[in-house]
Write a protein that binds this ligand. Structure first.
Ligand code: AMP
Ligand code: GLY
Length: 425
């Protein structure tokens, strides 16, 4: 198989690394790609992940056997629909199924229609109606979310009515998040801890991957701003067998069946971000949000545990014969730590020379935001590198990931030093 992957971060580097190990894979391409990816795949940096016409034109030229659309923007923008219209096979949902991530209003209404546990909510486009809903509430915090994609920054947890009003003004009147914030969801705050479950699905059957915990805040102790994710552990201690069973029965299966029944069959990786409450036997897992793709850096953490052939999985998803394929994961544990540029997720500098990459041993190194130059790799993004270690236990995988990340250096580099700490305590 020749495979074109769409995206250019650590997630895509992990996907391409897994595909490069397949005996079925011949040529790998990536658009736009990054410095690390260029070691394994021919990259097309001029074709951005949001450029649907450019992606289709590239695919028509390269004639890959399948296009793996890994990033969220092109999925929500309908890259799969456009590629399929040209007779090109794909891995990833069509726009009408990707809406489960692309529109929070749609996702919440969908969950309501299918009785899928989630926080109580209401949706608004009118600031005065939003304020009327908020007025007089005595239960805070409350969560205000932009309807559309907002780089993980569109969910705001507010603790007073005054704060809630000012968020409504900023988002619905001030255009703070542009079109993404034309509608908002206001939802009840859920207590508990967060965990992620990813599944491969062909729209009919699904294969569950080891549950994970991401660490979204920039700094140790869950301080600082929300980021795309600063580190992940798998399997997460927050999801025991009973919770996983509940999640499957109450959330995973009803979501996949519901989408199919509504004429939106989901083919690809479906991401369930859940609030769980391991200490409360009566609590059921509830959906915080859906994503229509592998998470980043969740993908980097889970793929090193995959023992089956990723190329076979994506082909089976396209053919809708996932039920006949065994998808196996190792029983080991994986830990991912992200090295980021000082200032991320706000303003940061790039073009910093990275040293120590050749010294990483016994752990996977994925490039998230790098560029290859004649002098070596330089930084080219907020999240720069991911180190992922696999070991018999989570503490051992964390120890190894931290031992290896210490060998990498660039100006103003930072990483969280407490990945997995809370979950293991
Ligand atoms: P989202 O963009 O929906 O994933 O939300 C971003 C983050 O906000 C989540 O990872 C949670 O930490 C938090 N969050 C979102 N919705 C809720 C909620 N209803 N209750 C508590 N925390 C939430
Ligand atoms: N790490 C969170 C995400 O990919 O959405």
């Amino acid at each position: 198989m020749n495979i074109l992957t769409i995206g250019g971060g650590g997630r895509e580097h992990a996907i391409i690394t897994a595909l490069s190990k397949s005996e079925h894979v011949n040529q790998l391409y990536c658009a736009p790609g990054n410095g690390g990816i260029s070691l394994l795949a021919e990259c097309f940096p001029e074709v951005k992940a949001t450029d649907i016409d450019g992606i289709v034109a590239l695919a028509k030229r390269l004639k890959p056997d399948i296009v793996f659309v890994a990033a969220d923007d092109p999925l929500v923008l309908g890259a799969v629909d456009s590629l399929n219209a040209e007779g090109i096979r794909t891995f990833g949902p069509r726009a009408n199924a990707a809406a489960i991530e692309g529109s929070k209003v749609f996702a919440k209404e969908f969950m309501r229609r299918h009785n899928i546990p989630t926080a109580k909510y209401a949706a608004f486009s009118s600031p005065s109606e939003a304020k009327a809903y908020l007025r007089g509430r005595d239960t805070y915090p409350i969560v205000i979310k932009c309807d559309g994609l907002a780089f993980g920054k569109g969910a705001l947890i507010v603790t007073t009515e005054a704060e809630a009003f000012s968020v409504v003004d900023e988002v619905l009147c001030g255009g703070k998040f542009g079109d993404s914030g034309k509608n908002v969801v206001i939802e009840d705050y859920m207590q508990g801890v967060e965990a992620t479950i990813l599944v491969f699905t062909d729209g009919k059957t699904y294969k569950i991957m080891p549950p994970l915990s991401d660490h979204k805040r920039a700094f140790d102790g869950d301080k600082g701003l929300n980021t795309g994710g600063m580190g992940v552990i798998a399997p997460t201690p927050y999801v025991n067998a009973a919770t996983l069973k509940q999640a499957e029965e109450l959330i995973i299966k009803p979501t996949i069946d519901g989408l199919r029944d509504e004429g939106r069959p989901f083919k690809g990786v479906l991401y369930f971000e859940l609030m769980v409450n391991p200490s409360d036997k009566n609590a059921v897992p509830r959906v915080i949000e859906y994503n229509c793709r592998f998470g980043d850096p969740e993908c980097q953490t889970v793929l090193p545990l995959l023992q089956s052939d990723l190329a076979e999985i994506i082909a089976a998803v396209w053919d809708e014969r996932l039920d006949s394929l065994e998808v196996k994961f190792s029983n080991k544990a994986a830990a991912c730590v992200v090295a980021a540029s000082g200032g991320y997720p706000e303003k940061y500098a790039t073009e910093k020379l990275i040293s120590g990459l050749d010294t990483i041993e016994g752990a996977a190194l994925y490039h998230a935001g790098t560029r290859k130059t004649d002098d070596g790799f330089v930084t080219a993004g907020g999240r720069v590198l991911n180190i992922v270690a696999v070991a018999d236990t989570l503490p051992l995988s964390l120890k190894k990931a931290y031992a290896e990340i210490k060998k990498v250096k660039f100006d103003d580099m930072f990483y969280r030093t407490d990945i997995g700490k809370k979950a293991l305590s």
